[in-house]
Design a protein around this ligand. Sequence first.
Ligand code: FAD
Length: 469
Amino acid sequence: KQAIVWFRRDFRLQDNLALFHAVEFARKQDAKLIFVFQIDPYFNRGKIELGNQYFFQAVHAFMKGCRSLGISFIIKKGDPVSSFQELFDDYPDITAMFLNEDRIGYGLQRDEKVKEAAEKYGISWYSYQDAHILGPGEVLKGSGTYYEIFSPYYRRWETLPKQPPVKLDLSLLKESAATYDLHQQDPILKVYHSEWRTGEKAAWEQMKNFTDKILYSYHDTRNKVHNESTSKLSPFIKTGAISARTLYFYVRGTELNQDGKNAFLKELAWRDFFQSIFARYPESRIKPVNSKYNAVPWRENREYLKLWQEGRTGYPLIDAAMRQLNQEGWIHNRLRMITASFLTKNFLIDWRHGEHYFSKKLIDYDLASNAGGWQWAASVGTDAVPYYRIFNPVTQSKQLDPDGSYIKTYIPELRNVPITYIHEPWKMDEGDREAYGCPSGREYPKPAVNHHEQRKLAIEMFQTAEGEN
Ligand code: FAD
């Protein structure tokens, strides 16, 4: 007998529910496990953007680690249903398939189709809710309906029992892995050069480092944008190098003050919440959850969109953030909030353009958190920021980056500009510009728009939509 373990975004050995149960199955049924990675063109059409580069880098590293334990992977490419049909034909002893399920989006539809194909071959399908601490449908109101507001969702989330991490016996894993001499590789799975580490070991180190050094003050400092204010675990969570479950139990078990811990666990709950909202509103990527704002008359402005994407709006904090995103594929939560707010409330551009851009660049891209975050910032989601509460990019800049060091890291043109002007470089006169190394012609751009004027227009835009209801 043989069974497939299909890895998709769970590239770890420990606390991986599908893998854990597959090894149990193999032990009891005397079956051998076949590890599969399927390269689906849906996810990587065209240029391999930053986000996907990191993903493939993580997959590559995981497979390399598995090989050192004597575990090979079969790599299939193309349409997922055809890929698995080929496998079922090539390995007629396959009787079961193990995977961690996708509950939303394309992944959900794909799984339904592959499941149907497997069942036609008489193959049993074992899928697990592994990606979230509590998945969609697990946190419901007494009436059995979904929560749409975070606070009551969270109160319920906190009280519900949670699946503790599972520990895999590596010797059992090695015994159960099918031995076939496959050193398959695909050119897509090469090492890209990223500053960001991948893999289970690095994820654990990062988690421990964070809990040792930052967690105690996380509730206070998480809104600063300097480098060490949050866990930066999101790329590991995205690739499954560590499970959200493990993180939850580890952090909860530390002996640190409750404030830091609670603030952090609440963020993990936001991740579950957005997943749940997306399951409830499957069109969240293209349609506002708050239907009142379906008719917001967003402006089409290619030129402004490009300025935003390239970090040339003339507002230093916004531009530094967009340049960091373009270079590294990750930015702090506050910066995601204010860049999203800037695109929608200062440039008056449809949030869907921004959501799409982030989806290409973020190495921690997550369908539900990204759509949820964008809908929140654009004021069109459930429990979103009210449309009239608009971030002022200068005030935010002074608050989040008081000494301007973050701005200077990503905007070399402003490196010598003193604190007096760093948040508002347009206030410099020609002499200052000359003195601080950004003379006319080559200097950092002037603001493309006036925040106060645009703020009024944004409010009018939302009022128009409200008037149409
Ligand atoms: P920490 O502060 O250390 O938080 C720990 C973990 O909690 C994160 O890794 C993440 O898994 C979860 N988390 C924290 N904040 C949120 C949140 N607001 N929503 C959902 N989960 C959260 N997060 C993504 O993982 N992928 C995305 O594509 C994504 N897109 C976003 C787009 C916008 C416009 C906004 C406003 C937020 C987005 N977020 C996204 C949420 C959040 O910004 C990131 O999860 C966070 O910045 C990751 O950094 P960290 O690991 O240091 O976070």
